[in-house]
Design a protein around this ligand. Structure first.
Ligand code: ZN
Ligand code: ZN
Length: 79
C-alpha cells in the first residue's frame, strides 16, 4: 500500500472508504450501492459536494467562493 494514500472516510458511516459511489463520494463496501448522500449547507442552503483537497475528502459548499462553508467527512456522518 502506498504511503501517500489519502485518508478517506465513508460519507455515511465514517468507516474507511474503499471505493467511490457514482457521484464520487467516498464510501465503504457496505454503502457503495446506497443513493448518494445529500447535504444542504447550513449557511446558505445550497447543496454541498464532496471535494478532494490535499488532506483528503471534505464537504464543500456549492456556493463557493461566495460561501466558504466546509466540513470534514467525519463531522457529518450519520450515527
Ligand atoms: Zn459506510
Ligand atoms: Zn453555503
Amino acid at each position: 500500500m502506498a504511503k501517500e494514500t489519502k485518508m478517506s472516510s465513508c460519507v455515511f458511516c465514517g468507516e474507511n472508504a474503499t471505493k467511490k459511489n457514482k457521484v464520487g463520494q467516498p464510501v465503504c463496501g457496505e454503502h457503495a450501492d446506497k443513493d448518494p448522500r445529500q447535504v444542504a449547507c447550513p449557511e446558505c442552503g445550497m447543496p454541498m459536494k464532496i471535494k478532494e483537497g490535499r488532506y483528503g475528502f471534505f464537504w464543500g459548499c456549492e456556493g463557493y467562493p461566495q460561501c466558504e462553508e466546509t466540513f470534514q467527512v467525519q463531522e457529518l456522518v450519520e450515527e
